[in-house]
Design a protein around this ligand. Structure first.
Ligand code: SF4
Length: 89
């Protein structure tokens, strides 16, 4: 019985106009809930604002690509480091 009350209050939370509908980029996210035929985000009230500066950090369906940049190695310093390691052993 308590569970039904919780579910009813959850949907009323989304339809109270505090929450805005999801945007296209949210499609496929696991945090989407549907209330009164409109789909809302369970986590954020304004999903469009989360995507304004790039990826939504709570999106479950999309992650930003992280580019691995090869570190530059100075050959002189590398040889000194290797020599120091050899001395310690
Ligand atoms: S967590 Fe982000 S991507 Fe998922 S529905 Fe909410 S705003 Fe959209």
């Amino acid at each position: 019985m308590a569970k039904a009350t919780t579910a009813a209050s959850d949907t009323s939370k989304y339809t109270s106009e505090m929450f805005q509908a999801i945007i296209d980029k949210c499609e496929g996210c696991d945090r989407i809930v549907e209330a009164d035929t409109t789909r809302f985000c369970r986590t954020y009230t304004a999903p469009a604002a989360k995507w304004r500066l790039g990826f939504c950090n709570f999106a479950t369906h999309a992650k930003p690509e992280i580019l691995a940049v090869a570190a530059r190695v100075n050959p002189l310093k590398a040889s000194k480091r290797a020599a120091n390691k050899a001395k310690k052993k």
